[in-house]
Design a protein around this ligand. Sequence first.
Ligand code: URQ
Ligand code: ZN
Ligand code: ZN
Length: 600
Amino acid sequence: MSSSPKPVKKVPIHLQSAQNRVYIKNGQVVNHDKTFKADVYIEDGIIKFVGPASEIGVPGGVKTIDATGKLIIPGGIDPHTHFQLKFGGTVSVDDFYHGTKAAVAGGTTTIIDFVLPDKGESLVEAYDKWRAWADPKVCCDYGLHMGITWWSKSVSDEMKIMCDELGVNSFKMFMAYKGLYQLNDTELLETFERIRSLGAVAQVHAENGDIIAKNVTKLLSAGVTGPEGHELSRQEEVEAEAVNRACILAHQADCPLYVVHVMSKSAGIELARARFRYKNRGIYGETLAAALGTNGTHCLNECWHHAAAHILSPPLRPDPTTPEFMMQLLANDDLQTTGSDNCTFNKSQKEIGMGNFSKIPNGVNGVEDRMSIVWEKGVHAGLLDPCRFVAVTSTNAAKIFNMYPQKGRIAAGSDADVVIWDPNMTRKISKDTHHHACDFNIFEGMVCHGVPEVVIVRGRICVENDNVRVAEGYGKFVPCEVRPAFVYDALEGKVKPEEVVNHEEEMINGSKKLNLCDALEIEIPYQEPITRALLSGNACMPGAGEGSLASTPSCRGHRIDGQRNMQESTFSISEELDRSGNRSCIKVRNPPGGKSSGFW
Ligand code: URQ
Ligand code: ZN
Ligand code: ZN
């Protein structure tokens, strides 16, 4: 073993324009698996060097940034956006320019949007439409998922073209939106089998659309027409049932499944149970900034516009303990990613649903504030460490959709999507200062620790000194190959995912680091079926005390037969919530199949 130190290889630095070359010094690099002090050198949109300053001569004529006291993290990856989506009889106002500008402003440097063909529409034609919309407008790189909104041999055939020729490796099926996008179980099984054969990744919108359709009819005919009817029509168990069913259908088809927008404790538990049942192979879950940063009590607000602005599906839940629970699931690796599902509508657009909550265009903001929300509610709250923050806001999405390590890592050879993150800086969220095109922000007034001080998009400095300077059309489409190793090597048993070993050991000997509630008890507020609530004459808030009278913001009365009676006042969701603060709860004790010290 030579005693003398190896000669340090100097990285040759060619003289080029400073804009192409950025040198970040004195920062703390944070990747999903480790954090370390290092300097970072960027040239021509690629990270060329990560390491000690001694190994790289400080070049002249290069843009140098001092990152003392700051973190150097991979640019955020938001795996779930809907920019300029035609939906609910209108079009979401954040187009691919405003949406990606807002993303970059918040530290996200890659987004993955959804092509959602109309029923009967060719997937390839729909894809071409989305590319034509996005390519000239995007300020950051982007990928595309494909929605399977109808099913036929031709759809199955075109899925192969998406994978082989057009850089799409994931397909989203809907178990809700009956009559619009919803597929039945046979169709779901067939899509899962097709996706498995292509080496792609399945996604589901997991809610039972049949229950929802029935409940919407019952609620409207009983005179419940305001935004408060939205969550009543699709309670937690309606989401949880679909999550469980989707996981079983996918497992039966041996197809990897990514459940999008997991919005409730019940659904999160079902996903965690499936992950444990299948040894973390092939089941992944996403939650949203909305679920982590706010809750469904806003949908009970006396102001119709405020309530309607918080409507998305699956809904925000009225249980105020949901946000922390979802963050704990991310900490436990029971959930893997955070998206935004950014699908914004202005107040005037939301008014389409005035008088009928089922017509309120579904969707909220999130793409700009996602990273700060996760830092505030996760890291600053002591539930996540910085490495886990990077995993759930960037790296895991890159791995699942096969963009890694091009995206999602600070390493030589990776794209120079780099954020200098100030963990101690705070910012106050407001519609008056955000970069969205919409006139509402569901996080209005929230103060978050964790602010992107500098955002570099494939080598271009787009955020610096509180200035957002993006270039429309600078972003590029990121083709995603099939068979992401992170997914398929685990699914096919080629690797034993590390966390499976730790997770199992922790589950068996009870040493699981995080126990969400004391000794296996998880408080799930009981929600009475609306059939009983509505038909009980003096309907009361599901789960509240019997016989309580009140009136909802939208409904001033209904009779036993469900007909609307303008004279009587009926249940008021907000009043019942207040009066029955300690709503009856059911406790989930030892899971079926034996003792566990955390999730099943
Ligand atoms: O369901 C989705 O993900 C799309 C249509 C956006 N809307 C929503 O409420 N999540
Ligand atoms: Zn969805
Ligand atoms: Zn969505």
